[in-house]
Ligand binder design. Structure first.
Ligand SMILES: C[S@@+](CC[C@H](N)C(=O)[O-])C[C@H]1O[C@@H](n2cnc3c(N)ncnc32)[C@H](O)[C@@H]1O
Length: 225
């Protein structure tokens, strides 16, 4: 099982590109070399992935309720994994389209949300296969940092939003010895030309979210057009 928390004790993920992105940002590393299909079966074993502990699930539900619009809306969950956040969103009355590059993740998400207002597609989060469909929210947890060109992905995602829509991005910098991720300051810098209102919420201090105490940088950004 590979977890972003494990990078200091396991080999670092192989980078998929050594080239800087178009905006000059070189990701610290990427986990695109991870075999996410192989990870799928055990992915939910981590407390913040599977949200099996009711206290952890409630902690994420509380945050999501605050980040998402109060009215029922259309949420695009990119790099949706097994659909844990998608499930919370539908439990709060929203409709979800989930996209993940790993078919095994998509299979698990479809099973987890069977009978709910949700569809799941296999595809690249950087260019989701949603055609002309537009959304009220693009929700992304623990993926943007690993994309080869985060700035380009953000610009594309902004174009998938309806007027008044928002990006909800949950990211961080994991580990202290060999940290990987994207610092909040870097992400807000990328968002500044794209969004009218940017709110950063620090998440490290809330152990309920992670099922344990953490000291590295974890945060969410809500960026409204
Ligand atoms: C760390 S997991 C996060 C899953 C989910 N967002 C969550 O928070 O539970 C990263 C997910 O992104 C997916 N992924 C990685 N690169 C991707 C890409 N380029 N396009 C779509 N999905 C991708 C992986 O298959 C995996 O399910």
């Amino acid at each position: 099982m590979t977890n972003i928390d494990d990078h200091e004790t396991s080999r670092p993920p192989e980078t998929s590109s050594n080239s800087p992105a178009a905006d000059g940002f070189s990701p610290v590393s990427t986990h695109l070399a991870v075999d996410w299909d192989a990870e799928a079966a055990t992915f939910d074993d981590e407390p913040d992935h599977g949200l099996r502990d009711p206290a952890v699930k409630e902690a994420w539900a509380d945050r999501l309720r605050d980040w998402l619009p109060r009215h029922a809306c259309d949420v695009l969950d990119l790099g949706c994994g097994t659909g844990s956040l998608s499930l919370l969103a539908t439990e709060q009355g929203h409709r979800v389209t989930g996209v993940d590059a790993a078919p095994a993740m998509v299979d698990l998400a479809r099973a987890k949300l069977a009978g709910r207002p949700a569809v799941f597609l296999v595809g690249d989060a950087a260019a989701p296969p949603v055609g002309e469909e537009r959304f009220d929210v693009v929700l992304v947890r623990h993926l943007l940092w690993a994309l080869p060109d985060p700035g380009r992905a953000l610009r594309h995602w902004r174009g998938l939003l309806r007027p008044g829509g928002r990006l909800v991005l949950v990211e961080g910098v994991w580990g202290t010895l060999a940290p990987v991720g994207i610092p909040a300051e870097r992400l807000t810098g990328l968002l500044t030309p794209l969004a009218a209102d940017i709110r950063v919420e620090r998440l490290s201090q809330d152990a309920r979210l992670w099922g344990k105490q953490v000291t590295d940088e974890r945060y969410a950004v809500v960026a409204r057009l």
